[in-house]
Design a protein. Structure first.
Length: 186
């Protein structure tokens, strides 16, 4: 059985180490796992319930929801900004949590990973993302984690795709995510 995941990256910077981590996940996805790296989070306006009405939903939010509706689960890749997840990632969670009870996240498996400059690799941001995802109704994998510390030095000259330890960690997370998605689809 093959499964498809949508990767949402919380950093909008082109050279972001978290984007590179998502690229490594795409390139090293286990057999039977396809990962789409979502482009366009910068275009999605901040969630506003006044905009989230039939005929008023912004096109960028509709594209995000359509992409999310076409996959089996999600991989969120989060840097840590001031001890928490970036607003762009929280905004994506907010749009995907609606309509309440039937949003694209409802019951779908999600893993959260990331890298940050600090010594803990962004665990606070990742924990905050898991909390928001759980409240939004996602099936959050709490045992599939990858937090990579020291991103500025570790990835100064090495792309995560070329770091064997990172690739092994990604394979573990993606394998668990794929198993969960298979269990959900069964």
């Amino acid at each position: 059985m093959s499964v498809r995941f949508l990767a949402l990256v919380g950093s909008l910077r082109a050279g972001s180490h978290n984007r590179q981590l998502a690229e490594a996940a795409v390139k090293n996805a286990p057999e039977g796992v396809e990962i789409e790296l979502y482009e366009g989070l910068a275009d999605v306006p901040f969630y506003n319930e006044d905009l989230d009405a039939e005929g008023s939903v912004p096109e960028a939010a509709l594209r995000l929801r359509a992409a999310a509706g076409a996959v089996d689960g999600f991989l969120l890749v989060s840097p840590e900004y001031n001890g928490t997840m970036p607003a762009v990632l929280k905004n994506a969670i907010d749009w995907l949590s609606r309509p309440y009870g039937t949003g694209a996240l409802q019951g779908r498996p999600v893993a959260v990973i990331g890298t940050a400059f600090g010594q803990y690799g962004g665990v606070w941001a990742q924990d905050e993302a898991r909390k928001a995802l759980g409240i939004a109704g996602a099936d959050v994998l709490t045992d599939a984690k990858l937090s990579i510390p020291g991103s500025l030095t570790r990835f100064a000259e090495l792309h995560p795709v070329d770091d064997d330890e990172v690739v092994d960690g990604l394979n573990t997370v993606l394998g668990r995510l794929a198993m969960q998605a298979g269990a959900v689809a069964a």
